[in-house]
Design a protein around this ligand. Structure first.
Ligand SMILES: [Zn+2]
Length: 330
């Protein structure tokens, strides 16, 4: 499932490529025909990411709310200018005018496509996206690009195409509805003041009898944390996932928030959920290229803990797999 960093990256690509332009909107799959017809011909004027949701504003007080859920993704094609804050991790300022290509000087691309710049969301291994980036020279012969698969919503400017597939939510909202949706969400370090966010997070966690491993995934408690970041933040805090929120020491709760602030900014910059520290250049390169090398406990069930050697456990928590070390997180 795309976690908060992906949604912020998507919003930044929208800011660079879609906002300020008039869009043609359609629903090739047919499930958002009415909504698309409302958007069609309007100018996109603003975009916001909060946690796992993106809000795209059009003139006339029309907002599009998208939640990618487990399987959703945005695919960009045509001219894709890359936001400088995203591209800076790779040492480039992010600009391309090649059709269908995103050119990077020296990105470390994940083998599974996790930090692809042209497809953000649930990884889709069936379609070859990486080749567009690695050759950097492929011309898009057809414009607009042919529709592939079940595209819920296609947003098209003169130069850029954004296709949405498989979202959990894709709805139009009024400004009041957007405000109400956002009001229900917990603090997001890239939206809210980080100090105020910390106080909100601490106050909420410290009064709940719910296990901290569940609270971290609760989007009304904190925005943007998904299954990978949950496991990693808990491990980094050496915190038992089963401890009720109200029993977790306040300084540990604060440290978890501050860790999320750090990890989220790394995630937005690199496109990857890099959760390990102090890697030497070789290990860093390996970790950026392969997910299995960049987490402490996530997806390591049955393997020895990287710190103490104890076998990492996996259990179901709120329907999602939770990984933890019973010794480090006793
Ligand atoms: Zn351990």
């Amino acid at each position: 499932m795309p976690e908060g960093h992906s949604v912020h990256r998507i919003a930044r690509q929208f800011a660079r490529n879609i906002v300020g332009r008039t869009v043609s909107a359609s629903s090739p799959q047919g499930r958002f025909v009415e909504g698309a017809s409302v958007i069609d011909g309007r100018e996109a004027i603003d975009v916001r990411a909060v946690g796992k949701q993106m809000f795209l504003a059009f003139d006339g007080d029309v907002w599009l709310r998208v939640h990618l859920g487990m399987y959703g993704a945005w695919d960009f094609s045509g001219e894709i200018a890359v936001d400088a804050t995203i591209a800076s991790a790779n040492g480039r300022m992010g600009h391309t005018n090649q059709r269908g290509t995103v050119i990077d000087d020296n990105p470390i691309l994940d083998a599974a496509g996790e930090n692809s710049l042209s497809s953000i969301g649930a990884p889709r291994r069936t379609r070859v996206r990486m080749s567009e980036q690695t050759t950097g020279l492929e011309e898009q012969v057809e414009w607009p690009p042919p529709v592939v698969g079940a595209v819920r919503l296609r947003l098209l400017t003169e130069a850029t195409c954004a296709d949405l597939r498989g979202p959990t939510a894709c709805v139009l909202q009024s400004p009041d509805e957007v405000a109400a949706t956002i009001a229900k969400l917990g603090p997001d370090p890239l939206v809210d003041d980080v100090t105020e966010g910390e106080e909100r997070f601490v106050a909420t966690v410290r009064k709940k009898p719910t296990a901290i491993g569940l609270l971290l995934m609760d989007q009304s408690v904190v925005s943007g944390i998904g299954n990978v970041y949950r496991a990693e933040i808990l491990f980094r805090a050496r915190q038992n996932p089963h401890t009720p929120g109200r029993d977790v020491p306040e300084d540990v709760v604060r440290e978890m928030w501050r860790d999320w602030v750090r990890l989220l900014s790394i995630g937005v910059e690199t496109g990857q959920m890099m959760t390990m520290d102090d890697l030497d250049p070789e290990a860093y390169r390996r970790a950026m290229a392969h997910r299995d090398d960049r987490h402490w406990v996530y997806h390591r069930a049955g393997l020895p803990c990287r710190v103490c050697g104890t076998t990492v456990l996996m259990e179901e928590a709120a329907g999602r797999k939770l990984y933890w070390c019973p010794r480090c997180q006793a």
